[in-house]
Design a protein around this ligand. Structure first.
Ligand code: UGA
Length: 337
């Protein structure tokens, strides 16, 4: 197969590219602005990278959608601080720019594998979020955090409608807090500039206090990247049409931990295993901060976010295998060893 990956240099794109090159004979046609995460791919003759901006290189994209069998548009803003600080950019990139690509897939009858998000469920009160039954619950318009959730939700609805009414072949996948090497740069010192794990690792390395937003009781199911990529490989392979026109939660319901627990685990881990940073780790205190002060007026949070993974289990014969202890060690080894 020929696979088109837009945003190949991102967290998911770079891990996916490596897996495809290692496990299959498929060719990858890739676009991204930069290539710093692709050092294990760029010399492979089956990896064809063009540097550029998807909002500008329209002729290239049109040509490559035609040329490829499966299209993965992975370009998006996915850090909550940006939803609040620059919501229009989130809408323009995550929705508008990607809509052009969805429409090209309809025009040329190509299969699309599109990243939805756990955030579409918003503040849904269900104990487990079900792809077909759970309600998608967001807050008032002034809570700008939800522009990401609703942009993604709208795209899910558009893709679903193209599938039902115009014959588009699609799979939607919803990552639940995927983490691992190459997520965000922990050496970025901007508060809120990274997702929680990279933010906390950076705080600890610098011996800074960790900010627990609204006390850190909110929980997330942390899913190690290799588990996510394995699900994605099965979705792309689409054996026996198992992923055809379906939505999949891809997350690890066994590793549901609070943000406070995550901070405590990281401090303990770094103190015990990375002597160079142990002294700084021991200096760190956990400090409560209210969400308004940390993120601004437009923030609202999700307190519990657990995926039901019955569909992925049944259709893809997939389940997560990496526990949080192992996943954190692998991530810390990547950054600190
Ligand atoms: C993430 C992002 O929206 C996306 O990456 C993605 O679509 C989705 O969820 C996902 O990966 O499933 P969220 O989990 O809220 O959203 O993002 P984080 O920035 O990782 O924050 C997790 C929690 O930690 C939040 O409750 C946040 O308030 C808290 N936090 C974050 C702190 O307590 N302190 C910090 O310094 C940073």
């Amino acid at each position: 197969m020929n696979i088109l990956i837009l945003g190949a240099n991102g967290f998911i794109g770079s891990h996916l590219s490596e897996a495809i090159l290692a496990q299959t004979d498929w060719h990858i046609h890739a676009m991204d602005l930069t290539q710093d995460k692709l050092e294990n791919c760029v010399n492979n003759p089956r990896f064809h990278l063009t540097l550029g901006d998807i909002t500008e290189k329209k002729a290239w994209i049109r040509e490559h959608v035609q040329k490829c069998d499966v299209v993965l548009p992975l370009v998006a803003v996915a850090t909550p601080a940006t939803y609040v600080q620059d919501p229009l950019r989130v809408f323009e990139l995550d929705f508008e720019a990607n809509l052009d690509i969805v429409r090209l897939c309809v025009e040329f009858n190509k299969r699309i594998v599109f990243p939805s998000t756990s955030e579409v469920y918003g503040m849904c009160p269900d104990k487990e979020f079900d792809e077909e039954k759970s309600h998608l619950v967001t807050g008032p318009i002034s809570k700008e955090r939800w522009i990401y959730s609703t942009s993604k939700q709208m795209m899910d609805r558009v893709i679903y409608a193209y599938g039902k009414h115009k014959g588009l072949s699609y799979s939607l996948f919803r990552p639940f807090n995927w983490y691992g090497p190459r997520l965000d740069n922990p050496f970025n010192t901007k508060p809120g500039g990274s997702r929680v794990l990279s933010q906390f690792i950076g705080n600890i390395l610098r011996g800074e206090n960790i900010n627990l937003v609204d006390g850190g009781a909110q929980q997330r199911c942390m899913t190690y990247i290799s588990d996510g990529i394995e699900a994605l490989m099965r979705i792309i392979a689409n054996k026996d049409n198992s992923a055809h026109n379906r939505i999949f939660n891809i997350g690890n319901p066994n590793e549901n931990i609070s943000v406070r627990q995550l901070a405590e685990m990281l401090i303990a881990n770094i103190t015990a295993h990375y002597p160079k940073y142990a002294a700084n780790a021991q200096k760190v205190e956990l400090v409560d901060i209210d969400a308004k002060t940390y993120y601004g007026e437009g923030y609202q949070d999700v307190s519990l976010r657990v995926p039901a993974i019955k569909h992925a289990r049944e259709q893809l014969a997939w389940q997560p295998t990496v526990d949080i202890k192992t996943g954190l060690r692998k991530t810390l080894d990547f950054y600190l060893s």
